[in-house]
Design a protein around this ligand. Structure first.
Ligand code: PLP
Ligand code: COI
Length: 358
């Protein structure tokens, strides 16, 4: 594979304008000046790695992704440290997960080194866009899709891999505060043998009607239930979920093949074990959650993911019933501070999770 070629944006965003955007980055609305791209064909494999100006993609209307949703993506962040250097977090885990997702969607795998290099190359040219405020980062969105113009249903012979980048603050907007979660009783997210453990657009498309119901009921996210086991919880539309007990345990649903294996989830599990908490990955029901909150054995509940970082869950709404939790509990706050501290370079990276991007 040849080195990445670089075509500079003809009119990059002025530094003053970037500074204005970084004052309040929001989530997913502003994009940097460049994108990393690699093409794939069945015949030639991965070719033509490049960084080029960010802009609309020209796609044939018959491109299979538009019809059959053959697509996978990743979500990760670049963090600015106090000395101005830029790091990302566990990128080899994202590379591995993208390949797991790609196998499930019959897309080609991308070499881990090439995946990481695409991030390095993009961030090298757009590093002015990496914010430095509390909980802020440059969100990186690698994605891969079937670009072949063909309406037959089979794995595409032409695929495009791209990375775009977007400065990000709190996913839920404004200051960090506990969120309200809606229990989806009408829709499931995933079933055994399906695509729940893959990070593929279709999972999110299928969650939108439930997300709309959540919003209509004043909630910010949906909690999906296990389709096979009554009242067992799985995960939120875009986050994993944890419960904290009053006797030093941390509970989270086990990975059964229908839940996305979050990299934040596995990092939280490690950090919790490091601080002496007992982690239980097992089936958890809404009844256990409800009972635990009522009798005080469950003291905190939080959601976690790259976009959400660690966000306390303040209330769970299940139809007419509501299960209140505490605000931001001590354990939630401590794990959030430690995780963000590692990511932003203020806490020692004792697990070797950081990867320097520039
Ligand atoms: N679950 C779902 C469905 C997600 O979309 C995400 C977000 O990426 C997560 C969990 C958390 O994964 P991670 O911590 O790797 O961002
Ligand atoms: C992430 O946390 O990176 C996600 O992909 C969740 C959501 C924004 C889809």
């Amino acid at each position: 594979m040849t080195a990445f070629s670089y075509t500079e944006h003809p009119s990059p965003t002025a530094l003053e304008q970037i500074a204005e955007i970084l004052k309040d980055p929001g989530f997913g609305t502003n994009f940097t000046d460049h994108t990393a791209v690699i093409d794939w064909t069945l015949q030639d494999g991965w070719t033509n790695p490049r960084v080029e100006p960010y802009g609309p993609i020209s796609l044939d209307p018959a491109a299979s992704v538009l019809h059959y949703a053959q697509e996978v993506f990743e979500g990760m962040k670049a963090y600015r440290h106090a000395d101005g250097s830029i790091y990302t977090f566990r990128p080899e885990a994202n590379a591995a997960r993208m390949n797991t997702s790609a196998r499930r969607l019959a897309l080609p795998e991308l070499d881990e080194q090439l995946f990481i290099e695409s991030l390095e190359q993009l961030v090298a040219v757009d590093k002015a866009w990496v914010p430095s405020g509390d909980g802020e980062a440059l969100y990186l969105r690698p994605f891969m899709f079937a670009s072949e113009a063909f309406l037959g249903v089979r794995p595409a012979h032409e695929v495009s891999y791209r990375v775009i980048a977007s400065p990000a603050g709190n996913y839920f907007g404004g200051e960090l505060k506990p969120v309200r979660i809606w229990v989806s009783r009408d829709y499931v997210r995933a079933a055994p043998g399906g695509t729940g453990a893959a990070k593929t657009g279709g999972n999110y498309a299928g969650s939108l009607v439930a997300q709309q119901q959540a919003a209509d009921n004043g909630c910010q996210q949906v909690l999906f239930l296990d389709p096979l086991h009554e009242n067992a919880i799985e995960e939120l539309g875009g986050m994993n979920v944890f419960l904290v007990t009053n006797d030093g345990r941390l509970l989270t649903p086990e990975l059964t093949g229908t839940i996305l294996e979050g990299i934040t989830r596995s990092s939280v599990i490690q950090l919790a074990k490091d601080r002496g908490l007992k982690v239980e990955e097992r089936r958890i029901t809404l009844d256990e959650w409800d009972r635990g909150v009522s009798d005080g054995t469950i003291t905190e509940v939080f959601a976690c993911g790259t976009a959400a970082v660690i966000t306390p869950i303040g209330e769970l709404v299940d139809g007419d019933k509501s299960i209140a939790s505490t605000g931001t509990g001590e354990v939630t706050q401590a794990i959030r501070d430690e995780l963000l501290g590692i990511q932003t370079g203020t806490v020692e990276d004792r697990h070797g999770w950081l990867h320097k991007l520039g």
